[in-house]
Design a protein around this ligand. Structure first.
Ligand code: IVH
Length: 669
């Protein structure tokens, strides 16, 4: 047994050790201990901190996943605008850039730093006296979203800087959050297994993962980060970009290993060629190189044009294209019945990602490109869009290629297909299994009724087995029904039933969105819920009633009215209500709340509720959930692994309760 004093010393020692090994691993890529040894240090630290929570500090390596699930991200104004870069595609462009730089500076030669242009999500991190205090996404360049808690979960983000040539009193640094290609593919494999939608590419995966409202979800995603620019610094002198990158490294901030100093633009152009070759072998995606004037004093002189600096340029790689063959063309039926032609391809690797399908958009696209089944084509994977056929290699035709036209009957249900503008649509409605499946998946999705365990695979199973023939059938499902299906065991069946049961209490806005009315997204659903306060009111609304609301246009009004005019839709809603779906407005006319005026703060994980649920419970009962501890707080609810809020609460002498007490208070024990 350690004494309290000894424990404190050991805690500090362990933190130092862990930080040191993080640095060796993440920044230098030269680990000196095994994962198991590392885990042991971490475990020891966790146990000591559990015993002595008073020694927990926010920058302890144990505090990476401690945040709240947020309702939305706070807005952060960047310390300095986060600019973007002008792009160039040819050597000529780059030489012109160099000429202009030299001309404006009035010098004969300029040195550059060349760096890989990482294809991820740009973020700003702020360190005060060496401690990570705030991080945000780029947003519009001036304001971004506060993703501090999410960034903390990335292991390559040091919570505290190493002492290099002194620690700056303030450091705002810019970096790129990325996902490695193999991690991306593994993640997609898991998503597909869980019946969820796979992500389009590593960049979207990185962005989507970082922007989870629940930091615990971000923590489960394999993210990495590289730092490349000092936005603001106080307390340490820096003269060149090269020096800046080296300083960042010394402070334990990971800098890409492939950066190079170039004594002239020729060097930078050679660098671009070298990277274009190397690109295929990298574990992450780059879409070009960035060439930056080395001397920072020159940056000031050159200044900014519109939203990009005159001292840097992105020298992009040509878009990634590969040749493959269209094996077949199939038609995908969307939730609202829209038919999209999709080319099934002989799988091809397009810079690291295997592509086996490409969208053909609509019949007009097929006709204009004259795409046929059996054609050899070029496919491109451009930035954030789904793979696309960019060229048909007509000279390679053998004569066996077959033309394709969207069928006049739905390939899934056989209903008539009608043409609406450039699109064809199946008229089967929810009698069309494809539309039914997609409607149910949408109904159950996160932003809608958020039914856990009801991903695409399970939806397919429920519909294909005949257990669910219409949406409202979800609410008649019993555990025994599920147990007769191949994918379900006792526990998973129970969970799904419970998830469906819980959805009965989702609020009106979510329910409206879940119905999948054309033109009604999450935001519009919230507007409608707020305005009409009940489903009945909304169902009775006329086009005029609707368009009188500021945000509702005539097209949306029309689609809402015609949705509720459909007898099948009205019957479905009626039946769902009978089966217990409440879809009420939150915080209805303030009932005499049990918790009227009381302010709650939550820290640590609760067993019986998600953070969201707990907060909305408090609000339903007239209380308020605050996000930080202050003297105004009445109760601090402490779950498992509480964060620094717990210590602060103790310091302030606030009333601290555990989950059981909380449950009693809200009448859920
Ligand atoms: S420097 C003002 N360096 O490329 C210069 N950007 O528009 C700021 N990017 O949004 C950017 N790798 O997210 C810089 N080594 C690198 C970069 C890089 C990727 C991104 C950045 C920016 C975009 C260009």
């Amino acid at each position: 047994m350690l004494s309290k004093e000894e424990a404190k010393k050991r805690i500090e020692e362990l933190r130092k050790l862990i930080r040191h090994h993080d640095y060796l691993y993440y920044v230098l890529n030269k680990p000196e201990i095994s994962d198991a040894e590392y885990d042991k240090l971490m475990l020891e630290l966790k146990e000591l901190e559990e015993k002595y929570p008073e020694f927990i500090t926010p920058d302890s390596p144990t505090q990476r996943v401690g945040g709240f699930p947020a309702e939305e991200f706070k807005t952060v104004t960047h310390t300095k605008p986060m600019l973007s870069l002008d792009s160039a595609f040819t050597e000529e462009d780059i030489r012109r850039f160099d000429e202009r730089v030299k001309r404006e500076l009035g010098v004969e030669s300029v040195e550059y730093v060349a760096e890989p242009k990482l294809d991820g999500l740009s973020v700003e991190l702020v360190y005060e006296n060496g401690v990570f205090v705030r991080g945000s996404t780029r947003g519009d360049g001036v304001n971004g979203e506060d993703v501090t808690e999410n960034l903390k979960t990335i292991r390559a983000v040091p919570l505290r800087l190493r002492e290099g040539r002194g620690v700056p009193s303030l450091l705002a640094v810019r970096g790129e959050v990325i996902m490695h290609i193999d991690d991306f593919e593994e993640l997609n494999k898991q998503l597909i297994e869980r019946g969820e939608e796979p992500l389009a590419n590593p960049r979207n995966a990185a962005a989507g993962s970082l922007r989870r409202l629940d930091p615990r979800e971000t923590a489960e995603r394999p993210l990495d980060i590289f730092f490349y620019e000092i936005l603001n610094i106080e307390g340490v002198e820096v003269d060149t970009q090269w020096d800046a990158l080296n300083l960042l490294r010394e402070w334990g901030l990971k800098v890409n290993r492939l950066i190079e100093k170039c004594s002239s633009i020729d060097d930078a152009i050679r660098y671009h060629g070298k990277m274009a070759e190397k690109r295929e072998k990298l574990s992450y995606e780059i879409d070009g190189v960035v060439i930056k004037v080395d001397r920072l004093e020159y940056h000031e002189k050159l200044g900014i044009k519109a939203r990009s600096p005159r001292w840097a340029i992105a020298y992009k790689f040509p878009p990634r294209e590969e040749e493959t063959e269209i094996v077949d063309i199939v038609v995908q039926v969307g939730r609202t019945g829209a038919l999209t032609p999709v080319a099934l391809l002989k799988p091809v690797d397009v810079t690291g990602v295997t592509v086996s399908r490409a969208t053909l958009h609509n019949q007009d696209f097929i006709d204009q490109m004259d795409v046929r089944i059996g054609d050899k084509v070029k496919v491109a994977r451009a930035g954030d869009v789904i793979p696309e056929v960019v060229k048909v290699l007509k000279e390679k035709r053998t004569g066996k290629e077959k033309k394709f036209h969207i069928p006049s009957r739905c390939p899934v249900c056989g209903s008539k297909v009608v043409k609406e503008g450039a699109f064809y649509r199946c008229t089967g409605g929810l009698a069309c299994i494809a539309q039914l499946k997609r409607s149910i998946a949408h109904y159950a999705s996160k932003g809608a009724m958020d039914i856990e365990g009801l991903g695409r695979k399970n939806v397919d199973l429920l519909v294909d087995s005949g257990l669910v023939r219409r949406l409202s059938d979800l609410y008649t499902l019993k555990k025994e029904d599920l147990l007769s299906l191949p994918r379900f065991a006792e526990k998973s069946a129970e969970n799904l039933i419970e998830g469906i049961e819980k959805s009965k209490n989702q609020n009106l806005a979510r329910f409206i969105y879940a119905l999948g009315i054309p033109n009604v997204g999450e935001h519009m659903a919230r507007v409608l819920a707020e305005h009409f306060k009940s489903l009945d009111n909304l169902m009775k609304a006329s086009v005029e009633d609707l368009t009188s609301i500021h945000e509702v246009g005539p097209e949306t009004a029309e689609s809402i009215v015609s949705f509720f005019r459909e007898k099948t839709n009205r019957d479905e809603i009626e039946r769902m209500k009978k089966l217990g779906v409440r879809a009420t407005v939150e915080r209805v006319e303030k009932k005499k709340g049990l918790l009227d005026g009381k302010v709650f703060v939550f820290t640590g994980a609760l067993k019986s509720f998600s953070r969201e649920e707990a907060k909305s419970l408090v609000e339903e009962l007239g209380g308020r959930a605050a996000s930080s501890v202050s003297r105004n707080v009445d109760f601090v609810v402490v779950g498992e692994n509480p964060g620094s809020k717990y210590d602060k609460a103790k310091k302030l002498g606030l009333k601290i309760i555990d989950e059981e007490e909380f449950k009693k208070m809200v009448g859920r024990s």
